[in-house]
Design a protein around this ligand. Structure first.
Ligand SMILES: C[S@@+](CC[C@H](N)C(=O)[O-])C[C@H]1O[C@@H](n2cnc3c(N)ncnc32)[C@H](O)[C@@H]1O
Length: 235
């Protein structure tokens, strides 16, 4: 099991610390997902690419019944275990592989924050999510905004290719850039229903953390976040 794009070793430790407080994670992406989640009381949640467990901790504090977190990085899972203890069930799992460890129709809510675009086997993962989410369950997904990639990497907006984005002084994030119609089309093609789409801007309380990036998110989107509904149900 390689989980090639997972944030292994020092990169995972760096990400665990950065994502706890960074403007982009703590004050832009997570607040958007929090709003999209709504009431999570009692929900059994599956978090794919759970990282250091920062969002899982929020869900549990807000009354989620259980969080099952999957990630391919042992160093990030170590950070998640330290933060969540026995409150969450955490597995090392390569998201390029089927979710054979999970039962059919066993989750009320799926969360995939900034992890989907790392993967090649996205069609397989969406088929597996259809299997393990109960009919009508919500699926929250955030990803890099296509225009952010277009602005940074250039070329055609419609290019679909793996890119490497520098992260910290020593690392690079390895992920797919893709236009909006590809991102949304993959979920809609798998039968998920789009309920809401937002282009998150940093919250005011994040301004002191990083005023330059705070203001930038209000001019130029960094992320997309969507709430989908799994097929087969009404809520
Ligand atoms: C940008 S981080 C997001 C982490 C967390 N969701 C958050 O928002 O803080 C992407 C996560 O996906 C995980 N990941 C990337 N590729 C993976 C793979 N093939 N299998 C499992 N996890 C993977 C990384 O280890 C990392 O935790």
């Amino acid at each position: 099991m390689s989980a090639g794009t997972a944030y292994h070793g020092d990169m995972g430790e760096h990400f665990a610390a950065a994502s706890a407080k960074s403007l982009y994670h703590a004050h832009t992406d997570r607040p958007a997902l929090r709003e999209l989640a709504g009431d999570v009381t009692g929900a059994r949640v599956l978090e794919l690419g759970c990282g250091a467990g920062h969002f899982a901790a929020e869900l549990l504090e807000r009354g989620a019944g259980q969080v099952v977190g999957l990630d391919g990085s042992e160093s990030l899972l170590r950070a998640a275990r330290a933060q969540l203890g026995a409150r969450a069930v955490l597995h090392r799992h390569d998201l390029e592989d089927p979710l054979t460890l999970l039962e059919d129709r066993s989750f009320d809510l799926g969360v995939m924050a900034l992890a989907y675009n790392h993967l090649d086997a996205r069609e397989q993962l969406l088929a597996e999510l259809r299997r393990v989410l109960r009919p009508g369950a919500a699926l929250l997904v955030s990803t890099t905004h296509p225009t952010a990639d277009w602005t940074y990497f250039g070329g055609s907006y419609f290019t679909e290719e793996r890119v490497k984005l520098p992260f910290g002084d020593a690392f690079a994030l390895d992920y797919w850039r893709m236009p909006l119609e590809t991102f949304l089309g993959e979920f809609l093609g798998a039968g998920f229903v789009l309920e809401k789409l937002v282009e998150p801007r940093a919250r005011e309380e994040g301004r002191p953390v990083d005023p330059v990036r705070h203001d930038k998110t209000h001019r130029q989107p960094v992320f997309l976040a969507a709430r989908f509904r799994a097929p087969g149900g009404t809520s």
